[in-house]
Design a protein around this ligand. Structure first.
Ligand code: G4P
Length: 293
């Protein structure tokens, strides 16, 4: 079931994250490396300002590597500590632990000078639904921690997850709402599977994706669907794909709903190519793809 971000839920989610700030040393904010700005909550900076933060570009295995590097440089130039990980991969936990240690280094040195033994670093993971919070918690904890339903406002007793490293985690991540004022952001999130499919029209999302791919990664489309030429119009392109893949209905017409479903599943699974939907500095003013079919 889709998450309903009623204003009341948003206020509650915001309050819950803000309240946790006093319990922690570091905020680990997760975003999606394919759309680092669109997959961030618009108010997260405001909520977490009091604490040092590490921005984790997750799912980097699905993103364009060169563009991920551009994003890391961009965030660093803004004074934001940023790292890229594949939270399912073996190195993700160590990378995050090292980043936490680096950000806490000076504070720990000050504590040592005062004769205090440094405590474990207490961290909170925050991010929008589906960005990989539970996966990362499990990797850091090295055990399966129950997934907390992607719903704000469920309060359970807060527990610390002790990890083998010196970073402890709050067991409930801060679940925040995505940006949905900007339709472009909605389409990007939908294309990557970041929001439920019943929120936006499936076929429109596929058309958005096709128009993006034909501009940014035409060869990936040609290779995947064995097409010599790509139709110019996204809808005609969807028909080409459907035809190639046997998504047909009675009367010899292409079943474009089925073709859209197939295309989206393959994009999300990374079967066409690694993709990044937005570039640093462009995400606000200049959409990479601007035709919605
Ligand atoms: P959440 O707690 O923030 O809501 O996200 P969660 O960890 O549940 O992850 C959402 C989906 O993203 C999961 O896939 C998860 O496996 C996948 N995922 C998380 N991190 C990465 C990553 O770094 N790379 C890739 N490629 N995928 C990642 P799912 O299809 O919902 O579940 P499942 O197939 O893992 O069962």
């Amino acid at each position: 079931n889709p998450i309903q971000w009623y204003p009341g839920h948003m206020a509650k989610a915001k309050r819950q994250v803000t309240e946790k700030m006093s319990m922690i040393d570091v905020v680990i904010e997760l975003t999606d490396a394919r759309l680092p700005e669109s997959a961030r909550n618009p108010m997260v900076d405001e909520m977490t300002r009091q604490r040092p933060k590490i921005l984790v570009l997750n799912k980097s295995d699905l993103a364009d590597q060169a563009k991920t590097q551009q994003w890391i440089h961009y965030y660093e130039s803004q004074g934001i500590a940023a790292i890229a990980v594949d939270s399912r991969g073996p190195q993700s936990a160590q990378k995050i632990v090292s980043a936490c240690q680096a950000i806490m280094k000076e504070k720990r040195e000050r504590q040592l000078k005062k004769g205090r033994r440094p405590q474990s670093i207490r961290a909170l993971i925050v991010g929008i639904p589906n960005v990989g919070k539970s996966t990362l918690i499990n990797m850091l904890a090295r055990k399966k921690v129950a997934k907390t339903g992607n719903r704000p406002g469920i309060t359970t007793a807060q527990q610390w997850i002790k990890t083998k490293s010196d970073v402890d985690l709050l067991d409930t991540p801060g679940i925040l709402w995505p940006k949905f004022e900007d339709p472009e952001v909605g389409y990007r999130l939908a294309l990557t599977g970041g929001i439920k499919d019943d929120i936006l029209d499936f076929q429109e999302v596929a058309l958005y994706g096709l128009s993006f791919f034909s501009q940014a990664y035409p060869d990936a489309l040609k290779d995947r669907y064995k097409l010599d030429e790509l139709a110019e119009e996204p809808f005609a392109l969807l028909e080409q794909i459907g035809e190639k893949r046997g998504c047909m209905q009675k009367g010899g017409f292409v079943d474009t709903e089925k073709a859209a479903e197939l295309f989206l599943r393959e994009v999300r699974g990374g079967q066409l190519c690694r993709l990044t939907l937005e570039a640093p500095g462009l995400h606000k003013q200049e959409p990479i793809a601007d035709t919605l079919g």
